[in-house]
Design a protein around this ligand. Structure first.
Ligand SMILES: CC(C)[C@@](O)(CC(=O)O)C(=O)O
Ligand code: SF4
Length: 471
């Protein structure tokens, strides 16, 4: 019987399936961080239970960590407490922790892939809705809640309803200045922040298959931002090349065996999806969000869609979003001054992202009216960026390479955007107060962020690509 890729991986991990009940799903790898694990460990402690498979559990500190002077004690009391609790819990339950100062530390969805922990065909969960990132490797990866974190720690299994499947095809060639982040922001702007609810999405098509693994991770990372359970891309030679030789990837005969299995991981030609959407890469221009959910995005040269053009039921919340952002119906965003540029987060903070920013700002200066924070996704990304001299390029442009963490993606550590300030951000959420109370977030690609860093305003990067003398 023909199957989609999701069905193939799901069915290979079902421990028990009974009509009218959720499946019992085996979890290959459980990733944890300091925010959503304390209560789960407390639950085990109260019931006197161990972590069933500590060797299949990996922890890191990323949300609450500072991104400068990480060698010093964390200043914020709550952040320090969260990180200390993670250290204590991992020591007590025998879980490997890549904590502050460890050479493998970083954002949980950056370190899994770069360490070869994220592999095709796996089931992977984390108490974090951006766990879908790992689907870029052809894994079923999704976010879970704290009580489910406890369930997986105790049983290495999870009760889950089998999700519906959606195929999103993007075919064709990307225009100049258009990157993976623009693809996913475009898709979400077309189907809305709820368009994928209840589905597990498979991204396919020639434009997707032409992307690097880092770019594929950017796409899968934001599956949740359209309500999807997760997102994945069938593994191929680009995937295998990326994984080969990584620290925890299979080696030798185990590699050969794994590769033979991974090559069976694709949706059968006649597999039935519950929904299929198609997009043309040629229609996509550099994107930017103007509102307070990732679905409120538009091409950077466009004008903000009118409130009256929204469905009646959405007009109140739409207008409220524009008021929060200080924007009006039908106004253009190009040329608007911004205050901060944040390049980081599990969406865009990998070496490919930093290289692209460095290439763009090389020989240029940041604008005097912006503060630029560039935050590597992990210690390994930081190390590689320094080895490649990218830190020197950033310093010459007027901003320094910080240390790894979630940073300004969310207001849970020292890196907060002040109230009322506009932040051009390569992260994945622009909710009210996400980057700090009353901060105003404009989601873009790293390339568009680099352009704003140089001009100090919302900029169509293609202008500068075509006319380097302009900035
Ligand atoms: C808030 C934080 C813990 C989180 O990582 C949680 C999540 O993604 O579920 C986020 O980015 O919103
Ligand atoms: S970088 Fe942002 S979105 Fe990603 S895990 Fe951290 S807080 Fe969540």
């Amino acid at each position: 019987m023909s199957k989609t890729l999701v069905e193939k991986i799901w069915d290979a991990h079902v421990v028990k399936s009974e009509e009218g009940f959720p499946d019992i799903l085996y979890i290959d790898t459980h990733l944890i961080h300091e925010v959503t694990s304390p209560q789960a460990f407390d639950g085990l402690r109260k019931r006197g239970l161990p972590v069933l498979r500590p060797k299949q559990t990996v922890a890191t500190a990323d949300h609450n960590v500072p991104t400068i002077d990480q060698h010093l004690p964390i200043k914020e009391e709550l952040s320090r407490y969260q990180v200390d609790m993670l250290t204590k819990n991992c020591a007590e339950f025998g879980v490997e922790l890549y904590g502050l100062g460890h050479p493998f530390q970083g954002i949980v969805h950056v370190i899994g892939p770069e360490l070869g922990i994220t592999l095709p065909g796996k089931t992977m969960v984390c108490g974090d809705s951006h766990t879908s990132t790992h689907g870029a490797f052809g894994a079923i990866a999704f976010g879970i809640g704290t009580s489910q974190v406890e369930q997986v720690l105790a049983t290495q299994c999870l009760l889950q309803q089998k999700p519906k499947t959606m195929k999103i095809e993007v075919n064709g060639t990307l225009n100049a200045g258009v990157r993976a982040k623009d693809i996913i922001l475009y898709i979400i702007s077309k189907i809305s922040a709820a368009g994928g609810t209840g589905y597990f999405i498979e991204y396919a098509g020639t434009a997707i298959q032409s992307l690097s693994m880092e770019a594929r991770m950017t796409i899968c990372n934001m599956s949740i931002e359209m309500g999807a359970r997760g997102g994945l891309i069938a593994p191929d030679e680009i995937t295998f090349e990326y994984v080969k030789g990584r620290r925890f990837a299979p080696q030798g005969e185990a590699w050969d065996k794994a590769l033979a299995y991974w090559k069976t991981l694709y949706s059968d030609a006649d597999a039935q999806f519950d929904s299929v959407l198609s997009f043309d890469a040629a229609d996509i221009e550099p994107m930017i969000t103007y509102g307070t959910n990732p679905g409120m995005g538009m091409g950077i040269t466009q004008h903000i869609p009118a409130t009256a053009a929204q469905p009646d039921s959405e007009q109140f919340s739409y207008q409220k979003a524009l008021d929060y952002m200080g924007f009006k119906d039908d106004e253009p965003l190009l040329g608007k001054q911004v205050d901060y540029v944040f390049i980081g987060s599990c969406t865009n903070s990998r070496i490919e992202d930093l290289r692209e920013v460095a290439e763009f700002v090389y020989g240029r200066q940041k604008a005097p009216n912006v503060e630029v924070w560039i935050v590597p996704g992990s210690k390994q990304v930081e190390k590689q960026a320094i080895e490649e001299g990218l830190d020197k390029v950033f310093e010459a442009a007027g901003f320094g390479l910080r240390e790894p963490g979630c940073s300004a993606c969310l207001g849970m550590n020292e890196d907060k955007i002040p109230a009322g300030k506009y932040c051009i951000s390569t992260s994945n959420r622009n909710f009210e107060g996400r980057q700090g109370p009353n901060a105003r977030t404009l989601l873009v690609s790293p390339l568009t962020a680099a352009a704003a860093a140089v001009t100090g305003q919302i900029t169509d990067v293609r202008t500068l690509l075509n006319h380097p003398e302009l900035a």
